[in-house]
Design a protein around this ligand. Structure first.
Ligand SMILES: Cc1cc2nc3c(=O)[nH]c(=O)nc-3n(C[C@H](O)[C@H](O)[C@H](O)COP(=O)(O)OP(=O)(O)OC[C@H]3O[C@@H](n4cnc5c(N)ncnc54)[C@H](O)[C@@H]3O)c2cc1C
Length: 74
């Protein structure tokens, strides 16, 4: 839910890169809007590999976790 029309940063793309940027900005008390089309490049792949702590995890699950963690910051 967007409750302000004034943002410090607007991020286009809300997958891993966008959410990582949003977390850094959120932790720095910036007001951030993320706009995401919901089509990450890895959407066809069933499992993540070579990503420590996330080996074998579904990419969309990693995205959900990232979103939950980003939303911990106002
Ligand atoms: C088939 C495949 C398998 C992979 N497997 C692995 C693996 O096992 N381990 C690993 O470490 N890496 C893997 N990768 C690489 C990893 O998925 C990418 O490095 C990572 O997803 C890149 O993240 P990103 O946020 O830059 O881009 P993406 O995840 O592609 O996200 C970009 C987001 O921006 C949105 N977007 C783009 N343009 C707009 C716009 N104009 N308006 C609104 N939204 C927009 C898209 O909808 C999307 O949600 C794989 C990649 C692929 C293709």
């Amino acid at each position: 839910m967007v409750d302000s029309k004034i943002f410090d940063v607007i991020i286009i793309g809300g997958s891993y890169a966008g959410l990582s940027a949003a977390m850094s900005l959120g932790r720095s008390l910036r007001n951030v809007l993320i706009i995401d089309g919901g089509k990450p490049c890895n959407r066809q792949t069933p499992h993540s590999h070579n990503f420590i702590t996330q080996d074998g995890v579904e990419p969309s699950r990693i995205n959900e976790l990232a979103k939950d963690q980003v939303l911990n910051y106002d």
